[in-house]
Design a protein around this ligand. Structure first.
Ligand code: HEM
Length: 376
């Protein structure tokens, strides 16, 4: 083999080796990002279509490259962490591969924006309406004199069910409002430490009382449902707004008027079901709920809670200041015959005619004496 041929061969080999070296280097350069991607176990969603570190506007931008360009800058990592893609993690949690859930920011803005603002001002508006109504209309008094004859309106069991519903509801409403609006109305007044204590107590009370409320509304539903179906007089009551805007209006109804029935089906039943389902999802987060499911349950819970409190404000007003004798009915279980005839005439007729059981176990005594009469 001539020297020239030998020189040619060795330069070709050198060139080849050089080229191979260059090729290997280029390959390695090409594979490097792929390597780092491949080094990560495949995310649950299958192989990545694009380089997760790539910045759409800045092109390929691996963490390794960013470390060279801007040491200490972890933007590519945080872009990956803040994406909806699930990445490998040893965290044994449902959706553990999604460290930051972008939709959570949307939920946070909904919570702190429309729900807090609209919810809060609607409740304030309802309070002003109830106070204005009381100042203008006043308590609805009986137009006929009490007879002194008392009849049973609520049995002991019915009153127990109602008051456990009422008391747990009021605790849940106050603690819930403190958790939602407390930052805006309590914190500026009482300061961080006091608010922290109040918020903590509210959260614990809310979590424990919630299931008791749900149980109470189920019992109240079972006890009262039979008298809450549509009856003669309901439409008349609705079209005349229950006589709320006219003096001495007499609208005959059954045991419960249409307003009470709307509260029973719309409040106790429908909103009660929504609050119970969403409340249990939030209260017991150990069924692999995702953050998205918890946020959805929270959103339903908060909106239904505001509607429930709005309805309860009307019910509580009518059940205390709004109507003479109403509160006594649910406290003692008995009403004067004049009250029954004036407010629930068809029910009164049924009791008098014996179509409805008159006595279901409310003990006679203090409740049977007309207002203000001393025991013999
Ligand atoms: C402090 C709060 C409350 C007060 C003062 C109150 C007061 C009253 C009063 C006086 C009655 C008797 C009305 C009548 O004789 O027709 C009544 C009935 C009733 N209340 Fe309440 N209540 C309160 C809270 C609640 C709550 C939170 C609920 C449900 C979530 C509720 C559900 C009912 C039901 C279902 C009835 C029977 C009427 C019907 O079934 O249509 N109450 N309430």
């Amino acid at each position: 083999m001539s020297e020239r041929h030998h020189a040619y061969r060795s330069s070709r080999t050198a060139l080849f080796s050089l080229l191979s070296l260059l090729a290997v280097a280029a390959l390695m350069l090409l594979l490097a990002p792929a390597q780092s991607v491949l080094a990560q176990p495949a995310p649950a969603g299958g192989p990545q279509s694009s380089n997760i570190f790539d910045h759409p506007s800045e092109g390929p931008d691996t963490q390794a490259e960013r470390q060279v360009k801007q040491p200490g800058n972890n933007a590519p990592v945080w872009r990956a962490v803040n994406s909806t893609q699930s990445h490998f993690t040893t965290l044994p949690a449902n959706e553990g591969g999604v460290l930051i859930q972008p939709a959570g920011e949307g939920w946070r803005q909904l919570r702190n924006g429309p729900i807090t603002q609209w919810g809060g001002w609607t409740l304030v508006a309802m309070l002003i309406i109830v106070i204005a109504f009381y100042l203008i209309r006043g308590t609805m008094r009986l137009s006929s004199a009490p007879t002194g004859r008392m009849i049973e309106r609520f049995s002991v069991v019915e009153r127990l069910a109602h008051w456990s519903t009422a008391i747990t509801f009021v605790i849940l409403a106050i603690s819930g409002m403190l958790m939602l609006f407390g930052k805006h109305v309590v914190l500026p007044v009482f300061g961080y430490s006091a608010f922290a204590v109040l918020a903590n107590i509210s959260k614990s009370l809310h979590n424990f009382i919630g299931p008791v409320f749900s149980l109470s509304i189920i019992v109240t539903f079972i006890l009262f449902v039979k008298d809450n179906f549509p009856q003669k007089g309901d439409m008349d009551w609705i079209t005349r707004f229950g006589g709320l805007f006219s003096r001495n209006a007499h609208i005959p109804t059954g045991r419960f008027n249409a307003g009470e029935k709307i509260w029973f089906w719309g409040g106790l039943t429908l909103l009660g079901i929504i609050m119970t389902i969403t409340g249990f999802i939030l209260d017991f987060p150990n069924f692999q709920q995702t953050r998205g499911q918890m946020q959805l349950a929270w959103t339903w819970h908060a909106i239904a809670a505001v509607l429930f409190i709005l309805g309860a404000m009307g019910h509580i007003y009518m059940g205390t200041l709004g109507m003479e004798g109403a509160f006594k009915a649910m406290r003692t279980g008995r009403v004067d015959e004049a009250w029954a005839r004036e407010h629930h005439e068809y029910w009164y007729n049924d009791v008098k005619a014996g179509r409805v059981t008159a006595e279901r176990g409310t003990p006679a005594g203090a409740a049977d004496r007309p207002e203000g009469q001393q025991p013999a």
